[in-house]
Ligand binder design. Structure first.
Ligand code: PMV
Length: 321
């Protein structure tokens, strides 16, 4: 087969990846833990073509030369540099480059499509490692439900901790800005490692946060997961804020959404927030309160729209775009 189709969903980290142990191989500096979404998705068509003399990439109907270098390198890593040139078409149903993990779903879909189109038989963990070389968080989108990524000496290990229906959490995303972010997460991580006085403490405390979250997931303890996830998120942003020059992804609405989540918590609603390299706020909650959480965030000043998703499966091939 020279053509294949794949779909992947973004994942949202509850214990964050921030920093690289090795820049050349894109090995993360810390372990992370995430939830894979269902309703947000990237669909990809990939064809290896005898006719094409260079790779091409179309994202949501528009030629995307800026991303092409990373895509070509990822294809080389999956299929070898002697491969045919590729025609790649990607469609996402959510904002791209705005802190919604669009690179995670894109590179997870890309490695799955490339593996199938080239007729390779790489297994899921191999594909996760290859996706992770392109975008650290993409490795987690090969798996569904609740996922852990742990970092070894030279490579990562990625595992599904719980299937999507084993602990049906719901994620409500408050979109506060539709445009792309000013600083790419990869560049921002390097700046943090070089300049933030908090970076070494971020690294040394991550193991304890990861262990707490793992325990909370295994015992389905929502309050415990909520506490450690919010702490870990705010710690990552503290590292960003104390970088030089500072990296502040938040806007007014980001803070207002955090206030909304705090008010819900005070009223006994099982919900917590997390924020990535962008101003969107993701509220994680139990399904029975999802409508209430979505409504409260929709009414929050500066929120443009709400996306809502249960947990979903990992990246996989599909029959068409
Ligand atoms: O995978 P990258 O390079 O897009 O970095 C992702 C970084 C965060 O989203 C902020 C945290 C995470 O673990 O996903």
């Amino acid at each position: 087969m020279t053509q294949a189709f794949a779909v992947a969903q973004p994942n949202i980290a509850l214990i964050k990846y921030w920093g690289k142990r090795d820049v050349a191989t894109n090995l993360p500096a810390v372990d992370s833990l995430s939830v894979t979404l269902q309703s947000l998705s990237t669909r990809m068509a990939l064809e290896f073509s005898e006719q094409a003399d260079s790779d091409t990439l179309t994202v949501n109907g528009i030629d995307a030369p800026r991303m092409l270098g990373r895509v070509s390198k990822c294809l080389d890593n999956v299929c070898g540099t002697a491969r045919l040139r590729a025609v790649v078409t990607s469609e996402s149903n959510f904002p791209i480059g705005a802190g919604l993990a669009s690179s995670a779903s894109a590179f997870a879909a890309l490695v799955v499509a490339a593996n199938a189109a080239a007729g390779l038989q790489r297994d899921k963990i191999e594909l996760a490692r290859l996706a992770g070389q392109a975008s650290g968080s993409a490795a987690r989108s090969l798996f569904g439900g609740i996922v852990s990524l742990t970092v070894g000496e030279t490579e990562i290990d990625v595992q599904q901790l719980l299937a999507p229906d084993a602990w049906p959490l719901e994620v409500v995303v408050a979109v506060t800005e539709e445009g792309a972010k000013a600083v790419a997460s990869g560049d921002a991580m390097l700046r943090s490692a070089r300049t933030s006085p908090f970076y070494s403490s971020w690294l040394s405390k991550q193991g304890a946060d990861f262990a707490l979250a793992l325990d909370a997931v295994q015992s389905r303890n929502f309050a415990k997961l909520a506490a450690v996830a919010e702490h870990n998120c705010l710690k990552m942003h503290s590292v960003m804020w104390t970088s030089r020059p500072p990296i502040v992804y938040w806007n007014d609405a980001t803070l207002s959404c955090m206030e909304t989540v705090r008010a819900l918590q005070a009223a006994g609603v099982p919900v917590f927030f997390t924020i990535d390299a962008g101003p969107q706020v993701k509220a994680v909650c139990l399904p029975e309160v999802a409508a209430e959480v979505a409504e409260a965030l929709r009414r929050t000043a500066g929120v443009l729209r709400i996306l809502q998703s249960p947990l979903g499966e990992g990246a996989r091939t599909v029959d068409s775009l």
